[in-house]
Write a protein that binds this ligand. Structure first.
Ligand code: 8X3
Length: 272
């Protein structure tokens, strides 16, 4: 892995939410390769343990001697009482955190306004917005105390551009964008950095969850074009974290080359 200066990441400790799959898992593995320590946070303990094993292997394979400490924290960010217990679940030698990657988030359904269930609205807001805010409140105070730190929030093209069938998801990601931008302004007099990563189409479990397990419908989203992968976004996250301390990548808007907006894309390999 040579796309970033990893020496700045040696022995840094990174908290990643939603680390059991997709972008979160790929990010954990890249930080492991870069010689960082990683606290993997998610609801699914068995999946987290598998990603932890992949981190151990990636760190070993990289040959970097620094870092290499990994811990899993089973926690649902949508449950504030679980977030309150976060520090109790982190091993003592990893309690000085340098980077928070707020990655946990999802979309459910494509229903139009008027047809959306209360439980879908609540679950998307609980994780994508309230969970992200609660994790940030916890870590920003830690960063203020140590006078250093980096909060990297996963926004989306959906936080820049509303689209039909995505009212709640786009509302949550617009909220992430507003929250992140306000926080960056508040922290301007500190060395704490704030980054928002805004991916377009990324092929992970994301669309399978949106279509409630319908893999065929999910595959159609990416049909005929080459979407981004979880690792593509992980590279941007690790890139942002590995910039010199005086450089803050405030926003990284990243699309597949065949996508120009939420609704404009080119599908060169689509069947006629
Ligand atoms: C994911 C991008 O366009 O599917 O955050 O909403 S999109």
């Amino acid at each position: 892995m040579s796309c970033f200066n990893s020496s700045r990441l040696l022995d840094k400790t990174v908290v990643i939410t939603g680390a059991s799959a997709g972008i979160g898992a790929a990010t954990a593995i890249l930080f492991a390769k870069a010689g960082s320590n990683v606290i993997l946070v998610a609801r699914r303990d068995d999946a987290l343990k598998k990603v932890q094993d992949q981190c151990v292997a990636a760190h070993k394979e990289s040959g970097v001697s620094a870092g290499g400490k990994f811990a899993t924290v089973k926690l649902d960010v949508s449950d504030r009482s679980q977030i309150a217990q976060f520090w109790d679940k982190v091993p003592a030698d990893l309690r000085k955190v340098d980077v928070l990657v707020n990655n946990a988030g999802f979309v459910l359904g494509v229903e139009k306004v008027g047809e959306i269930s209360e439980s879908d609205i609540e679950s998307m807001f609980s994780t994508n917005v309230f969970g992200l805010i609660a994790m940030t409140q916890l870590l920003v105070n830690h960063f203020k105390e140590q006078n250093s730190g980096h909060i990297i929030n996963l926004g989306s093209i959906a936080g820049r551009e509303p689209y039909a069938g995505g009212s709640i998801y786009t509302a949550t990601k617009h909220a992430v964008r507003a929250f992140t931008g306000s926080m960056m302004r508040e922290l301007v007099s500190t060395p704490i950095r704030v980054t928002e990563i805004q991916p377009g189409m990324v092929e992970t479990e994301f669309s399978v969850i949106r279509f409630r397990g319908d893999k065929g419908a999910a595959d159609k989203v990416y049909e005929g074009l080459e979407p981004l992968t979880g690792t593509d976004i992980a590279e941007e996250i690790v890139w942002a974290a590995s910039r010199p301390p005086h450089v803050n990548l405030a926003e990284v808007f990243v699309l597949p080359v065949s996508q120009a907006s939420a609704t404009i894309n080119h599908r060169p390999k689509a069947q006629q």
